[in-house]
Design a protein around this ligand. Structure first.
Ligand SMILES: C[C@H](O)[C@H](O)[C@H]1CNC2=NC(N)=NC(=O)C2=N1
Length: 101
């Protein structure tokens, strides 16, 4: 399925449903830093997010050090943000919430 790039208003509307995500340069991606109790919790989050990413065929750019995971999402194929980025962001929120309590 071909996903369309969202316009600024649609991006703002989606962002309003998410806590702690920031919009990057030219509205082309969104980012969030997740901090867990330790590496195992961070890696458990990444494992769960990876399974969702594979199901969606939509993959995060991320960087992990110990308990921290920096995530950036965008849709390369669309050159910006699409609904897929927000589906993955919301799934990540659920996976993180389960580990953060
Ligand atoms: C060929 C393959 O389906 C595509 O490259 C998919 C894979 N995962 C992807 N992930 C992300 N974030 N953006 C994409 O455009 C994308 N495209």
């Amino acid at each position: 399925m071909k996903w369309e790039r969202l316009d600024r208003a649609a991006v703002e509307a989606q962002l309003a449903e998410l806590a702690g995500w920031t919009l990057n340069d030219a509205s082309s991606s969104i980012s969030k830093t997740f901090t867990f109790l330790n590496f195992i919790e961070a890696f458990g989050f990444m494992t769960e997010a990876a399974i969702t990413a594979e199901k969606l065929n939509h993959h995060p750019e991320w960087f992990n050090v110990y308990s921290r995971v920096d995530v950036t999402l965008n849709t390369h194929d669309a050159g910006g943000l699409t609904e897929l980025d927000f589906k993955l962001a919301k799934a990540m929120e659920k996976a993180a919430a389960r580990r953060l309590g």
